[in-house]
Design a protein. Sequence first.
Length: 349
Amino acid sequence: MRGPSGEPGLDEGAWMRGRDGQHYARRWWLCHAVPAPHHPVVPLLSSSRPRTTAFLTRLHPHAPAILIMVSALCLAALGGAVMKLLAGDLPPVLLAWFRFAIYGAILIPLAFWRGGRACLRPSRPLVQVLRGLLLAAGNTFFILGVVHVDYANAIAILYVYPFIMVWLSALMLGEPVSRPAWIGVAGGFCGVLMVMRPDPAALEIGALFILVTGATVAVQMLLNRKLGTESDPLFVSMWGAVVAALALSLALPFAWQVPTPDQMMLIGAVGALSALSNTLMIVAMARAPAGQIAPFTYFEIIAAIIIGMVMFGTLPDELSWAGMALIAISGIAVKRFPGALKLRRREKF
């Protein structure tokens, strides 16, 4: 006879039969009556290989979080490249609407799973609405610009936002900024100008659209600072996607075009990549201080260079290489020098 565990002889009455009853009783007790040892809940995306995690931690205390952030940035860069592929055939408003509609459809169930009805009661509703409108405008301008600009250059110009954010924080909020940080801001703007080509004969209108996108991202970051200590980052992302999709819906009748099946597959990929990359960013920022991760965010420029070479067959020229390097070095200086403006744990989202 099989007992509750499926092992022969380990049923509840085995101790009453035969001269080995005490042995069976002891084994049944150990198998069923003794509570199992407590195992802590494994956090989201935790490594199933503790040796690998321990090895990475020896290399850098926050190496797992950094790798998650780098993976998120690679996915974000890939999603932007797919948008560039589609931008030549579909209206920018339509592409942006599809992106946020799919992104929101993925985030809404996750937000309900995480917080229940609490996700329906956003803190600072007006700030949430303004942030969503900026998301809609910024993505539309990015799609307009990336059609005319090499992909790597577009991502490099987009990284003007940390420098605009420092300038706006000092000008509008009166926050102190150290002298090394101001030097970093000046260097970053010089790097952006090197990539943009300020010569009117060489300047492309697309670069100006990307620059406007960077300005909208900077304002979003300042709004995130107001929301970061009051709202769950996942809820903030969900409301941003919902507001952006609703705002773009107003212009949808003037830009509607039925995508082909192949285009719909690419549009779905953009939405999925956006949701996955932002979720990974949330996980990374929850696992390590933002100041430790922020310098690695410039890996997105490297990813954009590689993706641009593979998908579009383009590489930056010498001046653009120098400008990208100056942007990255200046951005790290702004975030690392004492007294420089530092991002909080949740303001990336």
